[in-house]
Ligand binder design. Structure first.
Ligand code: ADP
Ligand code: MG
Length: 445
């Protein structure tokens, strides 16, 4: 079912609760929904291209890694692996590009990308079942016609297809797929949906933590990865994007995985391609043209989704935008190089922090982004142990992308389904796992 483990018993699978969801599906403009799907293959291509462009990553992240230790450490592993020479020849990307619908001045909503998640993009599993919940609710309400209009959606299958393709190209029947998972796995059932699709294809799956890799992992002479004697074809990270999980042993485990021949989803270059700093640099005039020469139509589709993004690097450009944001903080969001929700700064807090760091190099660890202002709608957010009340809500649409590259050739490049998350307007930040947003289904209008 659409389930999560509970906060009280986060390790138990015999006491669980429903994952939070909206009572009703939310209206989503059909044109914007289609636009988001239509640009997904372009984003897959872009992320994959950036991951192979050392010069771009080096230049773009140069200012950030001077002040942000986490990004710096990831970058060091990236350089180390490149110097040794890549053993990996098959590459697998699973990402989720997130959008909001900006209602702007003219009254027509526009699709605006919030960010692209290139590591551990979650809820593809649970959301494969969410439409069934909403279809049932609509039928109970006597809305049979509306129920029949909810779109089928199965990212779990699409993600598994990518993993299976990578496993096949790796080319060892005996090798397993390893899900690299958290110590506390409240969202395990989301992952199980993808895992089960792999078992259905007779592909073995194991679930391991960084600590297990440190204790059991090894490489042979051709840098094949083994866990206690079992060969690993694909490492699918559902962990590893926040600094808190890395002690020295876990960093060592990460390095071992990155040096290996196994297909990492994502490899460390692709993780770096998903940083907020890279996102901001992409919006600079001319950058997309340099990265994707010969793809003017893809570039136009990609650029049409960009919100205003601003560098806070030292210098005149950064000084100017910092001053503008301090004067008018409600126009902006201040973002550090972090993932997982709850890290961004808004309003008064944004002003205070920026005021404090505006003359120090620390400011370059952040980027600024225009704040997107969607039109709120009423819905009920159903969350265990929470009062049931109607709330003013806004939604965020995510499109899952999957691609597989063998050497230089993209052998698979697809959109794999969607995720709609909805939250009450009083929360500026935060996703489903952070306890703020809930699972939803788009009702196209
Ligand atoms: P994270 O990597 O932590 O998920 P995001 O960039 O996705 O960071 O931001 C987290 C949440 O903050 C988003 O899900 C969204 O609700 C809100 N948010 C982020 N950027 C903006 C923006 N430009 N305008 C309005 N809300 C935003
Ligand atoms: Mg996000």
């Amino acid at each position: 079912g659409v389930l999560m483990r509970t906060g009280e018993q986060p390790h138990a699978s015999d006491v669980v609760n429903y994952a939070p969801f909206t009572l009703l599906p939310s209206a989503v403009p059909q044109a914007l929904f289609e636009q988001a799907y239509a640009v997904q293959q372009d984003f897959n291509l872009l992320v994959d291209t950036i991951s192979q462009n050392k010069e771009f990553l080096e230049k773009t992240l140069a200012s950030t890694i001077k002040v942000d230790d986490f990004t710096a450490r990831l970058f060091r592993i990236y350089m180390q692996v490149l110097e040794e020479g890549l053993a990996q020849t098959v590459f697998l990307g699973i990402n989720r590009s997130d959008y909001m619908f900006d209602c702007g001045l003219g009254g027509t909503a526009a699709l605006r990308q919030i960010e692209i998640n290139t590591i551990a993009a979650s809820f593809g599993g649970l959301t494969s079942r969410t439409a069934d919940v909403h279809r049932l609710v609509l039928k109970v309400l006597g809305k049979t016609e509306e129920a029949s209009r909810l779109l089928p959606n199965n990212p779990a299958k699409g993600l598994a297809l990518g993993i299976a393709k990578a496993w096949e190209l790796y080319g060892s029947q005996r090798a397993v797929v390893m899900f690299l998972v958290e110590d506390v796995q409240r969202n395990i059932f989301d992952q199980r949906c993808v895992e089960n699709e792999l078992w259905n294809r007779n592909i073995r799956v194991v679930r391991k933590r960084f600590r297990d890799v440190f204790e059991q992992g090894s490489l042979d002479a051709s840098r094949r990865l083994y866990m206690d004697g079992q060969e690993v074809a694909v490492v699918y990270y559902r962990e590893g994007y926040v600094p808190q999980v890395y002690d020295e042993q876990n960093w060592e485990a990460r390095l071992l995985l990155e040096r290996s021949r196994a297909v990492k989803c994502p490899d460390i270059a692709t993780q770096l391609a998903g940083t907020k700093k890279v996102q901001q640099e992409l919006s600079r005039p001319g950058t997309l043209e340099k990265l994707l020469p010969g793809h003017p139509e893809a570039i136009a589709r990609i650029r049409a989704t960009f919100a205003g993004l601003y560098s806070l690097d030292e210098g005149e450009e950064g000084d100017r935008i910092a001053a503008t944001a301090i004067a008018d903080p409600d126009r902006f969001v201040l973002k550090p190089q972090r993932e997982g929700g709850g890290n961004n700064l808004y309003g008064e807090e944004l002003r205070e922090v920026l005021e404090k760091i505006k003359d120090s190099p620390e400011r370059t660890s952040y980027i600024l982004m225009d704040k997107i202002k969607p039109q709120p709608a009423l819905n009920y957010l159903l969350r265990a142990h929470s009062p049931l009340q109607v709330s003013e809500c806004i939604s965020e649409l995510g499109i899952f992308g999957v691609y597989v590259r063998q050497g230089q050739e993209l052998v698979l490049n697809r959109a794999a389904g969607h995720l709609l998350r909805t939250k009450a307007i009083e929360h500026a930040d935060g996703g489903v796992a952070a306890g703020v947003a809930v699972l939803d289904t788009p009702y196209l209008v």
